[in-house]
Write a protein that binds this ligand. Sequence first.
Ligand code: FEO
Length: 399
Amino acid sequence: MADAYHAVPITERVYWVGAVDWTLRDFHGYTTRRGSSYNAYLILADRVTLVDTVKKPFKEELLSRVASVIDPRKVEVIVSNHSEMDHSGCLAEVIEEVRPREVYASPMGVKTLAALSPSLSTGITAVADGRSVSLGNMTLSFMETRMLHWPDSMFTYLQEEKLLFSQDAFGMHLASHERFADEIDTAVLEYEAATYFANILLPYAGLMTKLLARVDSAGLSFDVIAPDHGPVWRRNPGWIVERYRRWAQQKRAKKAVVVYGTMWHSTEKMARYIGEGLSSRGVPAKVMAVDAFHRSDIAYEMLDAAALVVGTSTLNNNMLPKVADVLTYLKGLRPSNVVGAAFGSYGWSGEGASQANEVLKEMKVALPLEPLRVRHVPTSSDLAACRELGEKLADMLNA
Ligand code: FEO
């Protein structure tokens, strides 16, 4: 096993020792079609340090990569930047095998790790925000990044290398043999980084903006950003930082998402006409059937769309289950600065569109128009009303 996996040098004294999960396809409801990686890093300082661990089933891969560079028993320090189980699942077992002298986590991390595993309830030292720790010839400093992505999250900065271990931030779910962003197609990076932000970090966009402002005011500069998922940013790390700055501001493009569920194609016809109305007035619409698109694809489109229009048939006095699924998911992601509307066809009771409208209201989507409902199959005048709804929304966005 010791020869199975190899560490990858990131800098002269820092190695990637994580694990690649080629088969991961679901991360809390977010479809991860390209798998993921759980990154951990080994610092060959005077006090050898491991930053983060990996998901439990990948413990041997982690230790094997460490062993390709140094006897794992020589690891003196472990830093747990984030206690979510994709990074801490094997922490207790790694501590048991490696027996480090110190394990560091944020104050919230110490509490969370104790709650996750009884064997992590002692022996972990809390490092306060701003504290530094000497590794002999190198120095780590810590910055709390609460809610990015859990309350315990923190950044660790290796001063001598200007290297930021950023845990979930600046990551993406992408399994690959390539360890560096500059080895991967830019279109893939753009798509996967945006999808990751839209599906994981969007609820904390405001905190992200504050964090980036704090990093700016502290005058921190990065030669390398090493996240806990996906590739390492060793050339132009500003590329991903600038995207985070933009996405966190939730500045929206003249673009609409029309998402719908349909039983007998009536709501689908309405969706298409609404999409036509929007697009005809300069607001390109993505018309997305819940049967054809995964919720996380819809979330990706909502990263920059200015309008969210939701349609549903009525099934047993309710909106369609898949529409409820998407709305529940989007509500949790808390997109802001969005205008919208609800619509749908029905047979006799017709609650679906009103229910969708209520969820949009709860999401604080601006709703300038009443829900548009059509009984059974839309007539040509109904379809004209759908087109008009799209045109009106577009006019509002163009105003
Ligand atoms: Fe990659 Fe929040 O865990």
